[in-house]
Design a protein around this ligand. Structure first.
Ligand SMILES: NC(=O)c1ccc[n+]([C@@H]2O[C@H](COP(=O)([O-])OP(=O)(O)OC[C@H]3O[C@@H](n4cnc5c(N)ncnc54)[C@H](OP(=O)(O)O)[C@@H]3O)[C@@H](O)[C@H]2O)c1
Length: 329
């Protein structure tokens, strides 16, 4: 029998409404892109999932291709669900996606109805679930009609294999097109998953406004810029860090002297506020209520424990936000 989860798990996390839907997400959600694949320690992965849930993190984000190898993060997650979360399915928000290359041939990539619906079935099998809470189209497809892709999301919801529909990596104009189209099909676009961090502010151009206007919640991925917005790379590339790993998506050449100088300035500012840079970066992403959740990754339990401390950190004031802008310059 697995150890019971903490009875206090809902006491400190804050849950934020996703757009104007009934769905609430924890301020911090956990993504399984790195460190949950077949190449990673299953015990470490399970420990992180368990600790996350104990800390009130109810939302776990996956995609068909997370691994490596592709699909293995869903297998890891499915096994942990079976062994440790059996009686807690109704307390979890599980998401998955399709849209990047997953299989060979013309039906294993992009945004056709054929690919999306077969991929969702495969994801459910790997996780041994009857439904996911959120099913996303992972990236825009320049060739498939948007109506077809969105029709597949609608069918996923109508069939009961997904409860909510989402898109990821769509720009402002495409999101402005997608939201009313999906609504016209009778299924709201509940959530959008864009990248967003102190180092990557593209959504401020128009997506934030579109999401606010269309009542679409935003969940910001890579809020720590894959670990750059932490103290991880202040003294080179440590062993075991994402940038040190062959299959890691953070490449060493991103850690330029200019980037390190910015990290140092932000780190000093965070320290003066009495917090770590990771916490400052997460608070910053969540300062706008249109951002429902910050979707973090982790390689160890201690990172989760550190990051949830934002729940008691002092909110960022206007003059502090201005100062942060100047430090980024
Ligand atoms: N929709 C999309 O296209 C898309 C694309 C990318 C990601 N995502 C989603 O977003 C999730 C998060 O992405 P991400 O992992 O890149 O997010 P992230 O939160 O920006 O980076 C996570 C990494 O930061 C480091 N870290 C976290 N907390 C730390 C702390 N307190 N102190 C020091 N280092 C800390 C760890 O690096 P180390 O591993 O080096 O310890 C961790 O693996 C993914 O799992 C996935 O669900 C979606």
């Amino acid at each position: 029998m697995p150890k019971a989860f903490s009875e206090k798990r809902y006491e400190s996390m804050s849950y934020r409404r996703c757009g104007k839907s009934g769905l609430k997400l924890p301020a911090l959600s956990l993504g399984l892109w790195h460190n949950f694949g077949g190449v990673d320690s299953a015990a470490a992965a399970k420990a992180m999932l368990r600790r996350a849930f104990d800390l009130g993190i109810t939302h776990f984000d996956l995609a068909n291709n997370y691994g490596p190898p592709p699909g293995s993060a869903e297998l890891t997650f499915g096994r942990a669900l079976k062994s440790d979360f059996k009686n807690h399915r109704d307390e979890l928000i599980v998401s998955t996606k399709a849209g990047f290359r997953m299989g060979p041939g013309p039906y294993g990539d992009w945004g056709s109805r054929k690919y999306l619906l077969s991929s969702l079935d495969q994801s459910l099998k790997r996780m041994k679930l009857e439904y996911v809470d959120i099913f996303y189209h992972h990236r825009p497809d320049p060739e498939t009609p948007l109506e077809e892709t969105l029709g597949a999301l609608e069918q996923a919801v109508r069939s009961g294999k997904a409860l909510y529909a989402g898109v990821s990596n769509y720009d402002g104009p495409r999101t402005a097109q997608a939201a009313p189209l999906l609504k016209g099909l009778g299924v709201p676009l509940t959530i959008h998953q864009p990248s967003y961090s102190l180092f990557n502010r593209w959504i401020e151009k128009d997506l934030l406004d579109v999401a606010g206007r269309e009542d679409v919640g935003l969940i910001a991925f890579c809020p720590l810029a894959q670990g750059l917005l932490t103290d991880r790379y202040l003294k080179g590339v440590p062993k075991g860090s994402r940038a040190s790993k062959k299959h890691g998506f953070l490449k060493k050449d991103r850690i330029t002297p200019e980037v390190v100088a910015k990290i140092e300035r932000l780190d000093a500012f965070a320290k003066a506020r009495g917090q770590s840079l990771a916490r400052l970066a997460l608070q910053w992403v969540l300062r706008d209520p249109r951002v429902t959740s910050a979707l973090i990754g982790a390689s160890k339990v201690s990172q989760l424990e550190e990051n949830v401390k934002i729940l008691t950190d002092a909110p960022l004031k206007e003059d502090e936000l201005k100062k942060i802008d100047s430090l980024l310059g």
